[in-house]
Design a protein around this ligand. Sequence first.
Ligand SMILES: Cc1cc2nc3c(=O)[nH]c(=O)nc-3n(C[C@H](O)[C@H](O)[C@H](O)COP(=O)(O)O)c2cc1C
Length: 325
Amino acid sequence: MKIGSLHLKHKLLLAPMAGITDLACRLIMRPFGIGLAFSEMVSANGLVLGGEATKDLLISVPEDRPLGIQLFGENPEILAEACRRIEEHCDVIDINMGCPVKKVVRSGAGSALLKNPARAAGIVAAMRKATSRPLTVKIRAGWDQACINFLEIAHIAEQEGADAVTLHPRTRSQGFSGCADWTLIATLKQQIKIPVIGSGDVFTPRDALRMLEETGCDAVMLGRGCYGNPWLAGQILDLLGGKVPHAPTTQERCEIALLHMDTFLRHNSERKTVLDMRKHLCWYARGLSGAAQFRAAVNKVEQLEELRSVVKQFFRNAEPPAEVS
Ligand SMILES: Cc1cc2nc3c(=O)[nH]c(=O)nc-3n(C[C@H](O)[C@H](O)[C@H](O)COP(=O)(O)O)c2cc1C
């Protein structure tokens, strides 16, 4: 799998997910078979106008490669300037044309660009001119059921020099409801020459194989399926290689959950670690006996050392996980 000049070792990508795919999350996921991991979306305006919160989103380390940085914005010149500032720090630059969040859409960015093809074209052209890094565009199916225009936007992206298109085949108005319509990914794959990355509803290794088979997409982007489950990428590779997917033991879950916490702590305060890790720890416990009590306990803990011992105690006593589907 190649995106522009970048060769990927695996055709499994970690999705950009705001509030989730920070540095620690990416570092935890990578060794299991992620070929390219994306940052959370980063505001081009914030980056160029110098917000500290924006800079925090760009924190990375040499092991965090290949890295895609996703930008959002509505102004071609500012997005181009953002490309120039980040290109040394990443391997791929992505432009967000799918975010459904009101504040983002109101500013004309994210999925609002699906309703403004001329602006979308201007943005891809300006970013293409600004950087020689592989450039990708992430889109949804369209704004709503009455405006399904992913093909138009993907053609524009290709014409203006993008190296790949990622499609999450839901409309903006759908949010995350219903099912991702993978037939749209198959249609897109037949219509453009640059690689197509499929995104949406891959929760099991079989889902990933089905997406590859049914759509012909070049790569699969993993999103919510990785919540508390970095093993998913490895399980998909197992299945692709004709092996039985590895099901993590409770001890492995515990080790990775603690490693995730320690990795997060390396770049954050104890307080932020406790607060941010709560959701991840609850996800690591999903499907195990006693997970509900564990969730309640984790959400009350205020101190890092206490959190560590709650985690250790839970996984020591938890029943083995269910089979991988
Ligand atoms: C919490 C959360 C945050 C997300 N943030 C972003 C984002 O910053 N940029 C983006 O392009 N997509 C974002 N997405 C969409 C995902 O990248 C992905 O396309 C979508 O979740 C569908 O894949 P999934 O069903 O495998 O989760 C986000 C999704 C979730 C659940």
